[in-house]
Design a protein around this ligand. Structure first.
Ligand code: KE4
Length: 427
């Protein structure tokens, strides 16, 4: 692989864009090396500025679940663009996609569109606070809900204390209302409710975590959170920015049979265009402006291009009765075959997978929370990442991220991926 163009482009970008990127994870800081600049993508493949081609396991961090530049989405987007890009007025299209989502995702009556997952999660917490008239909320170490201040918090010393800012610019006043617990540790959540009685507005969780690598709920963790929230008058918020319309058409609520009070979305529902959303039952959503007093707004919320790309994507998924069976089967095959290869090389590892989300952790045999994810051998992952990259396979550039399988990845791509993994010298 030649990277001259990417290298030159990175130097140029570095002059005008902080760190040369518009989102930190793209800078390859975790895996090292020069980030590859992509110029086009189609189906299962991306092409970089040096005309190298890659099998894509990021798929824009989830949105390209159909594969890149699906012809029917492209056609629909072209037609929509000819009618105008954004009006700042209500449009029928927004109702059409809202109706489709409300009719197919359990326990929601209304949905508000925004332009990112960050906006969706930030707004959901504000709405939960406005609805419950409480200030604090619980999140889990290793879960990421976007970059709004309340979420950029690391664990304080001891679980009864408050969180601490994990980024400059986040105030202690903000951090004090964010409580942290370990993913899959229901005892810590019980303790937080006990130490903060009547003060906790919500628990927000990635029902399948994808931001510490893929980590699954265990021992009915979600069901136990539901019970604790009911007992303490707190709302349960499922952050389904990743899992929404990826794990199933009804998302994680459908897969796990657990009712959330608010659900956030992003990624897939915009088909690759900027989008986010949050949804819930009427009793809660009616508190949102202009109907209620909880304010939230956005110039490009529900804009026609993102709505058309998202609606067409959802319609294509819904029309294919084998869609989830197929992408889940692809992930299952990769999981099984990669496991066979690593076992044959006596490489201790853990592959966590749910549906079409998966991660490979090296030199650990179980990963159920952030601490265990951090104990994996990330130096080895970084070598693994670069071995695949130089052989035309693009993984998420961090051992703390999740692979997103698209419906465009088929036997040919699986075989090539396994061939390269087989050849890797694990040192
Ligand atoms: P955005 O603001 O990036 O659209 O969404 C924030 C967000 C919220 N909730 C979950 C569960 C998420 O995974 C995300 C964003 N995911 C990351 C991937 N780890 C986006 C990639 C990036 O930050 O560039």
């Amino acid at each position: 692989m030649k990277y001259q163009r990417s290298s030159a482009l990175f130097d140029e970008a570095y002059k005008y864009i902080p760190g040369g990127v518009n989102s930190p994870v793209r800078a390859f800081k975790s895996v090292g090396g020069v980030p590859v600049f992509m110029k086009s993508a189609k189906g299962a493949y991306m092409t970089d500025a040096d005309d190298n081609e890659y099998i894509d396991y990021i798929n824009s961090w989830g949105p390209a679940i159909l594969g890149h530049t699906h012809p029917e989405v492209l056609e629909a987007l072209k037609k929509q663009a000819e009618k105008g890009f954004s009006f700042g007025t209500p449009t029928e299209l927004e109702t059409e996609i809202a109706k489709l989502i409300v009719e197919n995702v359990p326990n929601i009556d209304q949905i508000r569109m925004v332009s990112s997952g960050t906006e969706a999660c930030m707004s959901a917490i504000r709405l939960a606070r406005g609805f419950t008239k409480r200030d604090k909320f619980i999140k889990f170490e290793g879960c990421y809900h976007g970059h709004s201040d309340s979420f950029l918090i690391k664990a304080g010393s001891g679980m009864a204390t408050f969180g601490n800012p994990s980024s400059p610019g986040v105030t202690a006043g903000t951090a004090k209302d964010t409580l942290l617990a370990k993913y899959n540790d229901i005892g810590q959540v019980e303790d937080l409710f006990r130490h903060n009685q009547g003060e906790i507005a919500a628990v927000i969780i990635e029902p399948v975590a994808g931001n510490m690598g893929c980590v699954l709920p265990e021992n009915n963790f979600l069901q136990k959170l539901r019970k604790l929230c009911d007992e303490n008058g707190a709302l349960l918020i499922f952050d389904e920015v990743m899992t929404g319309f990826r794990l199933a058409f009804g998302g994680a609520q459908e897969v796990f049979g657990v009712k959330a009070d608010l659900v956030t979305f992003g990624k897939v529902i915009g088909g690759g265009l900027p989008v986010g959303a949050f949804a819930g039952r009427n009793e809660i959503m009616d508190h949102l402006a202009p109907k209620g007093a909880v304010y939230q707004a956005g110039t490009l919320s529900g804009n026609p291009l993102a709505m058309r790309a998202g609606l067409t994507t959802l319609q294509l998924i819904k029309s294919d009765e084998n869609f989830y069976k197929n992408i889940n089967k692809t992930a299952e095959t990769l999981d099984f075959e990669i496991g066979k290869i690593l076992n044959s090389k006596n490489i201790e590892h853990r592959i966590n997978r749910k549906g079409s989300m998966m991660s490979v952790f090296f030199h650990v045999n179980a990963v159920s929370n952030f601490e265990e994810a951090a104990n994996a051998n990330h130096a080895l992952f970084n070598n693994f990442f670069h071995q695949l990259l130089k052989n035309g396979i693009y993984l998420p550039p961090s051992g703390y991220e999740t692979w997103f399988i698209s419906n465009a990845i088929k036997e040919k791509e699986i075989d090539r991926t396994l061939e390269v993994i087989q050849q890797f010298e694990y040192s």
